[in-house]
Design a protein around this ligand. Sequence first.
Ligand SMILES: Cc1cc2nc3c(=O)[nH]c(=O)nc-3n(C[C@H](O)[C@H](O)[C@H](O)COP(=O)(O)O)c2cc1C
Length: 202
Amino acid sequence: MTPNLPPPPQLGDPLPSAASPEVLRFLALRRSTPALSLAEPAPSDAELDELLRLAARVPDHGKLAPWRFIVLDAAAKAAAVARLEAVAQAKGDQSLVAKLGKLRVPPLAVIVVSAPSAAASIPEWEQVLSAGAACTNLLYGALAMGYGANWITDWYSYDAEAAAILGLASGERVAGVMLIGTPKEPPLERDRPALAPLVTRA
Ligand SMILES: Cc1cc2nc3c(=O)[nH]c(=O)nc-3n(C[C@H](O)[C@H](O)[C@H](O)COP(=O)(O)O)c2cc1C
């Protein structure tokens, strides 16, 4: 699973624009991995560095980098889950406790945080979209590296106390809790939408 990626290009370097059949094949067949089937090993520290570099290489109107990443390795994640469990118990809702399984089981989580700048002239909507693109790049990068990955949010992304436990500051939102590990079994294809009702040709 060695990434073997080219080094980061330098500013102004000419970049390839050749066709990439391998990428097209990957896009045609890629599938997220159910969170509960993600096991060790997680990406190594070096691989994770490469994944974060790929995740940050997204369209970003105004070059604001309106996102950041919080890495929760197994130990940090276990500590966060224990604190989230206390929050869920205090709410008296066992379904919230049960939903923590998806965060507990995988060996690695990366929280993609949407951190839009209110001072910038770029609409907040576009800054949030860029955070979603960072989630997609991270998901696809992990899958292309041979790992399994899943993009979730769940209740703790929308609860202020829980989001603070995950490391978010005020004004920030969870764009994705990206769960990464090794699939215990290959994911199966899911239902996909029929394209015809979704496409208009004017
Ligand atoms: C923003 C966002 C949030 C999501 N949150 C959850 C979630 O909390 N729980 C869940 O089971 N799936 C969630 N999903 C869906 C999973 O990512 C799901 O596994 C995915 O739709 C699988 O599709 P794929 O195989 O095409 O990648 C979310 C998806 C997105 C885009």
